[in-house]
Design a protein around this ligand. Sequence first.
Ligand code: ZN
Length: 131
Amino acid sequence: MNTDFRVNKRLEEFLEMCVLNGVKGFYPSAVSKYVNVPLNSSFDLLFRRTLSGELLLIWEVRCEGPDCHNKITESEGKKIESDYFLCNKCGNEYELDEVLHIPRFDISKEYKEYVLEEQNENKKKDQLLPV
Ligand SMILES: [Zn+2]
């Protein structure tokens, strides 16, 4: 996979933008568009950032009923192993092998704090520059 410095730089920008705008989490498709990489590459890129601590991988199970898309459940890290799901919005029932696990990436608390601290440091440095 082609992860050159441009891709990494663009991804950092995206993650910092999320923190500064109070975005808690996002789907790989958002990164695919912003960084301009194929969808499956964006998953790999983001997954690596779970290993270095910026992100958490959350698996969502959503109702596939027409016009519902209710989030039935979610789980951090591992896929959900329950064998039966009930949508409490439309009442549809699902077996495990019928449900789609949708990956979402959430910003970790540590990374959020780090970006905000960096931001403050940079502001302080700016004030030290001669005018
Ligand atoms: Zn439903």
